[in-house]
Design a protein around this ligand. Sequence first.
Ligand code: ADP
Ligand code: MG
Ligand code: MG
Length: 254
Amino acid sequence: MATLEIRDLHVSVEAEGGPREILRGVDLTVKQGETHAIMGPNGSGKSTLAYSLAGHPKYTVTGGEVLLDGEDVLAMSVDERARAGVFLAMQYPVEVPGVSVSNFLRTAATAIRGEAPKLRLWVKEVKEAMAALQMDPAFAERNVNEGFSGGEKKRHEILQLELLKPKIAILDETDSGLDVDALRIVSEGINRVRSTGEVGTLLVTHYTRILRYIQPDFVHVFAAGRIVESGGAELADKLENEGYEAYVKGGASE
Ligand code: ADP
Ligand code: MG
Ligand code: MG
């Protein structure tokens, strides 16, 4: 079983007036088959954690390590991370001009699997995954992210998750911008992938509502650049009732 270990991770961003430390010693272990929710107030550094794991060039790791089965993830290129089985929806957040969803997914699958999936089987796989997510088949022919609505972007993320079958999936604010029906469909997709027992999921979210559909095994409260409390699913209920106020007093976060 694959294990992602984040140890004392420190990350800075280049800001006006010099580098600014955002992550201040994050420790977290995610195993294949587990679902972890990272919850916290706006500005606490949740997306910074996700981007740092994705290898986004804007973020500089100044300390700590990230290991996948003992392999140094931080030393890997973005593509190597994907091949190693770490899926980050925001790896490709931008428009990819002239590349259809269908070609994009096949290229990604080829990179990850080491060989191109057989075309006919692949088309079938994509069709089935899209049907499960109640996506219009025409979506496969659209250019990646070109004019995608918020909801389409999120479905595209889950479509990637279903087709690329990573070991560890990091999903940032998958619930944002979704109406209730879309949230349910997207959550069902995540649960389908989860039910294989073969993916460890890091679900990053500000709101508790997605956790009505996806029961996490672990909940971590993120504040001011680190995990300040961990618990089971009941911790999400507590956050829903009490908010994050107890964690931001002292004002380290904004
Ligand atoms: P969250 O996802 O929890 O809302 P973020 O990780 O987006 O938090 O942001 C954490 C803090 O880091 C915020 O204060 C934000 O302004 C700052 N920050 C994040 N990315 C950048 C960046 N690229 N440049 C400057 N500041 C950034
Ligand atoms: Mg530290
Ligand atoms: Mg964020």
